[in-house]
Design a protein around this ligand. Structure first.
Ligand SMILES: Cc1cc2nc3c(=O)[nH]c(=O)nc-3n(C[C@H](O)[C@H](O)[C@H](O)COP(=O)(O)OP(=O)(O)OC[C@H]3O[C@@H](n4cnc5c(N)ncnc54)[C@H](O)[C@@H]3O)c2cc1C
Length: 449
């Protein structure tokens, strides 16, 4: 059997690429091949006891037009839910205590998120020297601009929240390209912050309101899967790819094969490297140099709204690596989106592991729950017995863009493209759901042309 276009990987990137190929370029003769039994990859939701348990992403910022368009195309425009209170409190742990993240420069000066000398050092940011070399780490950039203490609290928390990563290893240009561009354009993050206040987006990325779908994030891959029908083949792990004699490709499965004229790979970097060994071996070293961080997710639910002896409200709390809390952070899921927990319940989603504590993912469920409860007791001041707990592990959770990443992406893409193959997904130009959807559209356009 032969199709015009085969997409390998049915995560959000592969599914979005399929929609864009049809929607933007009229390509209907396509098939999406997904190894697991479920579409969506990391985007997965389960409902238990009236609680929405997100196994992967909690939501997306509603400032990305491609994501909103994809949701419309999937028939989910009316299903989008936005957070009740976009300005709800966020907390960062410092010196063992959660501190409210200030929402304005004045609030920052008056807040206790940093000690006084570190706050004053941040004020000197406009006078920090510019970077003159090539790529640098996020930690080096932040320490140079806002001082080492602010780097190890505020920027560490941001990197933990988005990448579960190590700021001392991640590339600034690859992980926060807007921040690098804003230094280049404005000469200072302070001026970049002012640009954000004018609505142009902050130094870390575009402003927006956190959004999801009424039935949770998995609604999006679910709706796309229904539209694709038989063109989505789950339970279809591609084992090998070879060049066909006709100039196309032959995809080998454990129980058969498929011919394709064009190919788009939307698999994690390690799987992509294995698949390209045959048709584009020059791409393999660059892909093998790309890392991922594992993450464990522990969800704890409490029926008693007073379980912690005080209200648990806001978005959640992030724990910078230096705090040694053993967790990356906790989202207060009951107070983010409406209808994702029964009235009065407290629903907490704690992330553990990441690039700096990868071994956490190897702990058994009981040990992960113990570690979570210990950290929650330190942050929230009490250790009530949860009424329900759920544990999920992602061994390849989040792609890590180490220094040199942009060069690796260019080498991998060029070698794959020379072989007639496009690459998409979180391994390359942004890990967020929004990034995956946007870059899948770009890959679909290149493939169609
Ligand atoms: C715990 C967690 C929380 C997150 N929170 C957020 C958040 O709040 N907001 C946000 O925007 N992002 C978040 N992210 C990041 C985001 O969810 C991911 O980066 C994104 O979903 C990755 O999509 P993808 O399609 O690139 O890859 P994946 O979802 O990994 O999909 C790749 C697919 O390829 C399949 N595959 C692999 N090998 C083969 C093969 N040989 N043959 C066929 N199929 C194969 C896999 O089974 C998988 O389904 C989070 C991620 C995690 C893990």
């Amino acid at each position: 059997m032969k199709v015009r276009t085969a997409i390998v990987g049915g995560g959000i990137a592969g599914l979005a690429a399929a929609v864009w190929l049809e929607h933007d370029h009229g390509v209907r003769d396509l098939v999406v091949l997904e190894a697991s039994e479920h579409p969506g990859g990391k985007v997965a939701t389960q409902w238990r006891d009236g609680c929405c348990i997100e196994l992967g992403p909690q939501g997306f910022l509603d400032s990305a037009p491609d994501t909103l368009e994809l949701a419309e195309a999937a028939g989910l425009g009316a299903e989008i839910v936005r957070t009740d209170d976009p300005f709800a409190d966020r907390f960062i742990v410092r010196a063992g205590r959660p501190r409210r993240v200030p929402s304005s420069p004045l609030a920052f000066l008056l807040s206790d998120v940093l000690p006084v000398p570190a706050r004053l050092r941040v004020l000197l940011e406009p006078f920090a020297r510019r970077h003159s070399g090539g790529d640098e780490t996020v930690r080096a950039f932040a320490a140079r601009r806002i001082g080492p203490v602010a780097a190890d609290v505020l920027v560490d928390a941001m990197v933990t929240g988005v990448f579960a990563g190590d700021p001392a290893r991640l590339s600034l240009a690859a992980t926060f390209p807007r921040m690098a561009a804003m230094e280049a354009e404005h000469g200072s993050l302070t001026r970049a912050m002012l640009a954000r206040r004018r609505g142009g987006g902050g130094p870390a990325g575009p402003a927006g309101v956190l959004a999801s779908f009424r039935a949770g994030m998995a609604a999006l891959p679910g709706a796309i899967a229904r539209q694709l029908g038989e063109r989505l083949r789950t339970g279809s792990p591609v084992e090998r790819i070879e060049r066909g004699r006709d100039g196309g490709f032959r995809l080998r499965f454990p129980d058969g094969e498929l011919g394709a004229e064009r190919l788009l790979l939307a698999t994690p970097a390690a799987a992509t490297a294995r698949l390209l060994r045959g048709p584009a071996p020059e791409a393999v070293p660059a892909l093998e140099g790309m890392e991922t961080a594992p993450v464990a997710v522990v969800v704890t639910a409490y029926r008693n709204p007073g379980a912690f002896g005080r209200p648990v409200s806001g978005f959640g709390v992030l724990a910078p690596g230096g705090e040694g809390l053993g967790i990356l952070g906790t989202l207060y899921c009951h107070s983010i989106f409406p209808g994702q927990a029964p009235d009065g319940w407290i629903l907490l989603r704690t992330m553990l592991g990441g690039a700096r504590q990868p071994d956490a993912v190897a702990l058994d469920d009981a040990a992960l729950i113990r570690r979570t409860r210990r950290a929650l007791a330190a942050v929230l001041g009490a250790d009530p017995e949860p009424d329900s707990t759920w544990v999920v592990r992602h061994r390849e959770a989040i792609a890590q863009y180490a220094v040199g990443h942009i060069g690796r992406v260019a080498r991998a893409e060029t070698a794959a493209r020379d072989a007639g193959i496009e690459l998409a997904g979180s391994a390359y130009r942004g890990v967020s759901v929004n990034d995956c959807i946007r870059t899948a559209r770009e890959a679909a356009r290149r493939l169609a042309n």
